[in-house]
Design a protein around this ligand. Structure first.
Ligand code: PRT
Ligand code: ZN
Length: 289
């Protein structure tokens, strides 16, 4: 294997797996998915993918067994491993949430003073309650945390939620959000400095950023009254227009932030712009490494 081959640890089989593999493929990497083979090499990039339990990713990366890892920000917050965070990856969104039984008299966090909190995230929970000056005791569970109050094991829980339907199904209600989380790319501090891998790492980050940037943007094609083009450029600075006019209209196109587009739509209409086509962008490569 090439000396500049990077090792990336990803979750083998869990909530982040599918979106992680889709993200890597969107970055143009070609490889085989996990199929009991715990490591695969990319066909078109010096990258080896290691398929592991998400809980082990901090250890793999902090020891240098892997150069890079993809995992939830929540794991970083809880374990605080000695790794460097490189990118937020904009998927795997969830919140670490404090919840109590629906019928509980608890209305504010202060009502939980002296109570027992069940959680898989004891450190995050303790830090949160400490920062609010509320003394509590935690009981740590590896999973099925939502069941703890009904069994009389705890008065409240601190657990991840995304849709919130598991809380509802277990007759719990959210009291507050401790933090938001999403998938992140982490690196071993040494790998980031080592010159042999630095070039591959730079190229990989460029690819990842181009996917993230493309996801946030749309390519927009529209017909604009030629007199409106200067005003249109103020709304969408990347706009270019064709030289040929038809009935006073020119064909224009540009790249626009996906969310910003909807907020300027009224102003585009006011300029008399018609036939707007909003298209996905596959990659935006801002700067070569
Ligand atoms: O087997 P391995 O150890 O690798 O996986 P795991 O079982 O420890 O983790 P996994 O696959 O459940 O989650 C991996 C990562 O996905 C987490 O560390 C988070 O970063 C992220 N993530 C995003 C979530 C959720 N959303 C989520 N909803 N992790 C867990 N949940 C749980 C939640 O706690 C609840 O119990 O899913 C349940 C359903 O949630 P609702 O709100 O959609 O009903
Ligand atoms: Zn896990």
């Amino acid at each position: 294997m090439n000396t500049n081959t990077l090792k990336l640890a990803v979750q083998k089989n869990g909530r982040l797996t599918e979106e992680t593999l889709a993200f890597l493929r969107a970055a143009g990497l070609e490889f085989e998915s996990y199929n009991r083979k715990l490591r695969t090499t990319c066909r078109n990039f010096p990258l080896e993918i290691l398929y592991v339990r998400d809980d082990d990713i901090p250890m793999f990366v902090s020891t240098g067994a892997a150069d890079l890892g993809i995992l939830g920000q929540n794991v970083l917050n809880e374990e605080r491993p000695n790794v460097k965070k490189l990118l937020n990856l904009r998927y795997g969104f969830c919140t670490l949430t404090l919840s109590v039984p629906k019928e509980s008299p608890v209305r504010t966090i202060n009502d939980l003073a002296g109570k027992i909190i069940a959680t898989t995230y004891p450190r995050s929970a303790k830090q949160y309650f400490d920062s609010c000056g509320v003394p509590i005791t935690t009981v740590t569970l590896k999973g099925s945390v939502e069941i703890a109050p009904a069994l009389g094991l705890a008065d409240a829980i601190v657990d991840l939620a995304s849709t919130g339907s598991t809380l509802t199904l277990n007759d719990l209600r959210a009291l507050s959000t401790i933090y938001r989380s999403e998938a992140v790319l982490i690196a071993n501090g040494q790998s980031v400095r080592c010159t042999a891998t630095l070039q591959s790492l730079g190229q990989l980050i460029t690819r990842f950023k181009s996917v993230l940037s493309a996801e946030n943007n749309r390519y927009v094609v529209m017909n604009a009254p030629s007199a409106s083009v200067p005003k249109l450029r103020k709304l969408i600075p990347t706009v270019t227009s064709s030289d040929t006019q038809q009935n006073g209209y020119v064909r224009t196109q540009g790249v626009v932030n996906r969310d910003a587009f909807w907020s300027i739509l009224n102003r585009l209409n006011a300029l008399g712009i018609t036939d707007i086509c909003l298209l996905p962008v596959e990659n935006i490569i801002a700067k070569q490494p």
